[in-house]
Design a protein around this ligand. Structure first.
Ligand code: NAD
Length: 370
């Protein structure tokens, strides 16, 4: 698919394995552009420890300006032991919160999909996780992580810790719309997770999600209490398509869901809602394997697939890239983190080359059919 307009994409390799896993993805983007499959302008910026080393700040204003001037940002990972003793405002991780805030990203999309070739990597029985393909849509900028009053106060000589769960109707409406919209391009099911039997904020949440749901008659909506959702995720995760929930519940459930697949090097995420979408693997900078050509670049490729899909509307290219990852796994090729007896273990560089090769083969086959 060729687009006439140039789309600006910012790459932020960051720290640790970040530059290693970003390299093959940047090369693929460059090739997509030079082969005129996609008209993209790719720029690179500093973030995290790498930015701190060069500029004294983990999120320099130049990076923010480049991000705001882009249609999408692809971020690898930040952090490392070298920076762990820095004051909080200089820590690389601070840059993650900073960039999400600057981009106005209020919705976090976390797919948990089981590649059948990796079913042995999960701690659950293969028959329980067979066909697992769900997406957690987590509200990212509201709820108890941001509500006030908050703090630790002394009342009658006793210290009390206080946080406030708080959601306004517009906040619930906009996250619900994201969930219903994305469900339309999946299996058209939304499960809204709350604690409406105990919390007033959840009563409002349920009411507003139900109202927004009426705008999407083709999407089936059901509601589930968070305790039950946590249980159902390990009992029968195949029942879920899109789960939409608030910040706190989403934080916990998205981590639980991602662990169902058993492999951190395979999972991507998106933070959307503003004009510019942010796409990143869920893993960190993995300092233990950085610079050793051991990292799995799959999550980075799958993050690019999410970017192509959600920010550029290039669904066909996104699916082709996902299929390329699957094809390479199907050939028994693995990085060390997902290796199984009998598989051919390769490094980050070769894994990247193989995924890219499979992508072009699939794309050429698709083009030949048309
Ligand atoms: P981590 O995700 O970096 O690593 C956890 C384990 O998974 C390690 O054993 C690592 O080798 C392995 N791993 C991670 N990604 C891998 C990949 N692509 N291929 C193969 N193996 C992989 O988490 P951590 O060790 O808790 O944190 C390390 C640093 O990363 C810390 O500084 C932390 O603050 C930071 N961090 C950053 C992000 C982010 O940038 N979004 C997220 C989490 C942690």
């Amino acid at each position: 698919m060729t687009t006439a307009t140039t789309r600006k994409i910012l790459l932020l390799p960051g720290d640790g394995i970040g530059p290693e896993v970003m390299k093959p993805v940047a090369d693929l983007l460059g090739a997509l552009s030079s082969r005129k499959v996609l008209t993209v302008e790719v720029r690179e910026g500093l973030i995290g420890g790498a930015a701190y080393d060069r500029t004294g700040h983990p999120l320099p204003p130049e990076t923010v300006a480049l991000a705001l001037d882009s249609e999408a940002v692809l971020l690898a990972a930040v952090g490392g032991p070298r920076y762990d003793t820095l004051p909080y405002e200089h820590r690389p991780e601070r840059a993650l919160l900073g960039i999400r805030e600057k981009l106005g990203a209020f919705a976090n999309l976390r797919p948990a999909r089981l590649f059948p070739q990796l079913s042995n990597a999960s701690t659950l029985k293969p028959e329980v996780i067979a066909g697992l393909d769900l997406l957690v849509v987590r509200e990212l900028t509201g709820g108890i992580y941001f509500g006030s009053p908050r703090g630790i106060v002394t009342e009658n000589g006793v210290r009390v810790g206080i946080n406030t769960e708080r959601y306004s109707e517009p906040e619930i409406e906009r996250i619900a719309r994201v969930a219903f919209t994305v469900a339309k391009s999946r299996r058209s099911r939304v499960t809204s997770v709350d604690k409406a039997n105990v919390l007033e904020s959840s009563v409002l949440w349920r009411e507003v999600v139900t109202r927004v749901g009426r705008e999407f008659p083709g999407v089936v909506l059901d509601h589930m209490y968070v305790d039950n959702a946590a249980m159902q995720l390990v009992r029968n995760p195949g029942q879920f398509d899109v789960i939409v929930t608030g910040n706190l519940f989403g934080d916990i459930l998205s981590d639980e869901a991602s662990q169902l697949t058993g492999s951190i090097g395979m999972l991507a995420s998106a933070s959307v809602g503003g004009r510019t979408g942010l796409y990143e693997p869920i893993h960190g900078s993995a300092p233990d394997i950085a610079g050793k050509d051991l990292a799995n670049p799959s999550a980075m490729f799958l993050s690019l697939a999410m970017l192509l899909d959600h920010s550029l509307g290039e669904t066909g290219l996104a699916r082709t890239l996902e299929r390329a990852v699957e094809t390479v796994l199907g050939e028994g090729v693995r990085t060390r983190d997902i290796a199984e007896p009998g598989s051919r273990v390769v490094g980050c560089r070769e894994m990247g080359e193989r995924i890219t090769g499979a992508f072009w083969t699939l794309l050429d086959k698709g083009a030949a059919k048309q």
